[in-house]
Write a protein that binds this ligand. Structure first.
Ligand SMILES: Cc1ncc(COP(=O)(O)O)c(C=O)c1O
Length: 422
């Protein structure tokens, strides 16, 4: 190659490339290495692949000051992300999700010296934190030349894949359990995916995606079955640390289905410590599940490394109705390493928590988010969390997407109105 051509090629790369520090991918179970820049699903051991970065180079290239000057939204952490070319970044106007304090609930519970903060992920495009993982997965699918993506979903992930897939010009196909909330099915369809109801649970839908690969050529975007959703979810940890002045809270309560967010945040904190942006202090990670579907809680309490399939899974919190998780050992490892725990709450406590927080604080949580508040209350009562601790609860989706109790009060404007009784 002539010197001039070489120069032109370098300039082209410089124009279109964004700095990325991906070194390789790694099997989360065996540590076996895989080459970056290729299409990957699970590792040869059938386990999730994790993206590993050249953290020394990342530390030199990134700075807290430069970051602080950027727009909000998770694409601001581009040095920590795997996308190489700017044209593959797919965006729908992401924001930095706020940390909303619940001072009345804190007062009701006698919390002194501590704080209850809710990370409100309902403000993201498609109304849930699934935007983070799916934006990254879709961007990487585009970058790697994939054209058709498929997934099983309890609702929110399918909506995010449909929206970001359409935005990127990719075809998407989605399979939902029969009783997925109607609004999720409709939003998935409206945002450009083919969506099918299946008479089974999310793992049954996952089987259809897996079995259909050869006949359709679609790529399986199921939770943790490709390496990039976790990188998107990792931004929850980066963002939280940045919002807290490059610090971490004492405890994080996370509604756990497949567990991508919990695993992703744990990875974020490790990477931040490696580049010297935070210290070695870690939050205690609490995996919150519903008592009708609590495989991780059962495995945690039994001291097991894996969580077998939970039979007859049921809960009003559809997002955490995940009877078996491919990343079970990663969730359990993070929870244990952090000194945290796994906890189950029943549906009555979830609904009571949603109603209480909405009425007292004016904050409508989704059932999965409400489960974290119910779990916090339980943990405060049994002493696993102290009153002087700063806790962060994840409200993973907007409460507006979920069925709400009917309101029956009516007024007849043509008759006399008893104002004193209103
Ligand atoms: C609102 C909500 N909360 C929590 C979860 C569980 O997330 P994860 O798979 O990261 O455990 C989901 C997943 O569908 C969800 O939609």
């Amino acid at each position: 190659m002539s010197e001039q051509n070489e120069q032109t090629e370098q300039n082209d790369q410089h124009d279109q490339a964004i700095p990325t520090f991906v070194a390789h991918l790694e099997c989360s179970m065996t540590g076996e290495r895989y080459e970056a820049g290729r299409v990957h699903g699970l590792s040869r051991a059938g386990r999730p692949l994790l993206v590993r970065y050249d953290l020394a180079a990342l530390a030199k290239a990134a700075s807290k000051e430069v970051l602080a000057a950027r727009d909000g939204g998770f694409w601001r952490y581009r040095e920590f992300l795997p996308v190489r070319r700017a044209e593959n970044v797919v965006s729908l106007g992401e924001v930095m999700t706020p940390l909303v304090a619940l001072p009345r609930m804190a007062a009701d519970l006698g919390v002194t010296g501590g704080e209850i903060l809710v990370k409100d992920e309902g403000r993201l495009p498609t109304g849930s934190f699934k935007a983070r993982g799916l934006a990254l997965a879709v961007a990487m699918a585009k970058e790697l030349g994939l054209t058709h993506l498929a997934m099983p979903t309890n609702g929110n992930a399918g909506a995010a894949m449909a929206a970001y897939g359409s935005r990127a010009g990719l075809r998407t196909t989605v399979f939902c359990p029969d009783d997925t909330p109607e609004i999720n099915i409709s939003e998935i369809a409206l945002q450009g995916a083919r969506v099918y109801r299946v008479n089974g649970l999310i793992n049954d839908c996952g089987k259809i995606v897996g079995e259909g690969k050869a006949a359709t050529g679609w790529f399986d975007l199921s939770t943790l079955k490709e390496p990039y959703r976790i990188e998107g979810k990792k931004t929850m940890g980066l963002e939280l640390a940045e919002q807290l002045g490059w610090d971490v809270p004492d405890v994080i309560f996370y509604p756990t289905g497949g567990g991508t967010g919990l695993i992703g945040m744990w990875k974020a904190f490790a990477e931040l410590e490696a580049i010297g942006w935070i210290g070695s202090r870690r939050p205690r990670m609490v995996a919150v599940q519903a008592s009708g579907c609590a495989p991780i809680v059962k495995a945690f309490e039994a001291g097991e490394e894996h969580a077998p399939l939970w039979e007859n899974a049921h809960t009003v919190a559809a997002g955490i109705r995940v009877p078996v998780a491919v990343g079970d050992f990663l969730i359990l490892r993070a929870v244990r390493e952090s000194g945290g725990f796994a906890i189950a709450v029943d549906d009555e406590a979830i609904i009571a928590a949603r109603d209480e927080v909405a009425a007292r604080e004016g904050f409508l949580m989704c059932p999965e988010g409400a489960a974290t508040y119910a779990a916090y209350k339980q943990a405060l009562a049994d002493g696993r969390v102290a009153k002087d601790e700063r806790v962060v609860l994840y409200n993973c989706a907007t409460g507006l997407k979920y069925p709400m109790p009917p309101v029956t009060a009516r007024l007849d404007r043509t008759g006399p109105i008893d104002y004193a009784a209103l």
